[in-house]
Write a protein that binds this ligand. Sequence first.
Ligand code: C2E
Ligand code: MG
Ligand code: MG
Ligand code: MG
Length: 282
Amino acid sequence: RAKGLGGARHQVFDPAMRDRVTTRLQLETDLRWAIVRQEFFMQYQPIVALESGRICGFESLVRWQHPRRGLVSPDRFIPIAEETGAILPLGRWILDTSIAQLHAWQQQFSQDAPLTLNVNLSGKQLFEADLILELDRILARYPIAPGTLKLEITETVLMENATSVETLLEQFRARQIQVCIDDFGTGYSSLSYLRRFPIDTLKIDRSFVASMGIDRENSEIVRAIVMLAHNLKIDVTAEGVESEEQLVQLWAVQCEYAQGYFFSKPLDADRATELIGSRPQW
Ligand code: C2E
Ligand code: MG
Ligand code: MG
Ligand code: MG
């Protein structure tokens, strides 16, 4: 009998599993303090307009510099923050920091077309009662050119809450805040929401972009997405562009914008500012 129990214990207290559980619990606790301890910072990845070859804006991406674990990936901690509710204060901090940065850039660099900024919104954050109030407060403090703030939402979030999302997207539109569908193609299977909701941009998921050129079928999918979007008067951004060959194909199908390591990795604010100042052209 003791032997039997020992066997069972071995399964339940599998050391790798125990490590995962403790790490996760530790991250949950640490997340609660991380804002106060100022362990988060934003990076900014350029988005390039393919017609001009110039930077038209950035996507802001949150980073967590953990005191012992080093950099923790947002893919790891955002889901935990969503479950524990820590995403609400964190999301506010992200909006505040990102919009302040956009405001500063627009003051510093007067271009024909003012720079834009994409900010990722998590599902929880989207349905926080105070989101619009919060946005109005931040935008009053850091005025930006109309149409230059773009909020990124995934299809799954949109479809899980389709009725309440409609009102919210109209409130965005009334404030000239644009809406992007992030990771397009990986989530929901019906496309009817593209007509139903006011959507400005589709961001084609990097899994499709990555295999363009290697795999003819994926190139066809990208082409089809761009054509569909254009018929609905929606712009397209290709995510995760890493090679010139991908760029050539995206150019050929008249995709508007591209983002990826081919142009630049996400940069700290001061490096991003330097890059804007150097006016690169691809
Ligand atoms: P996402 O919004 O789809 O962001 C794009 C991710 O792709 C970023 O990863 C970016 O660094 C990475 N990436 C960009 N270009 C390339 C490329 O050419 N090749 C490859 N392999 N990767 C590329 P990151 O920063 O690790 O963020 C991962 C995800 O975490 C984001 O996916 C987003 O879902 C979430 N996230 C990041 N920052 C925020 C934030 O501020 N708020 C919220 N709610 N979620 C965020
Ligand atoms: Mg995004
Ligand atoms: Mg994405
Ligand atoms: Mg993603």
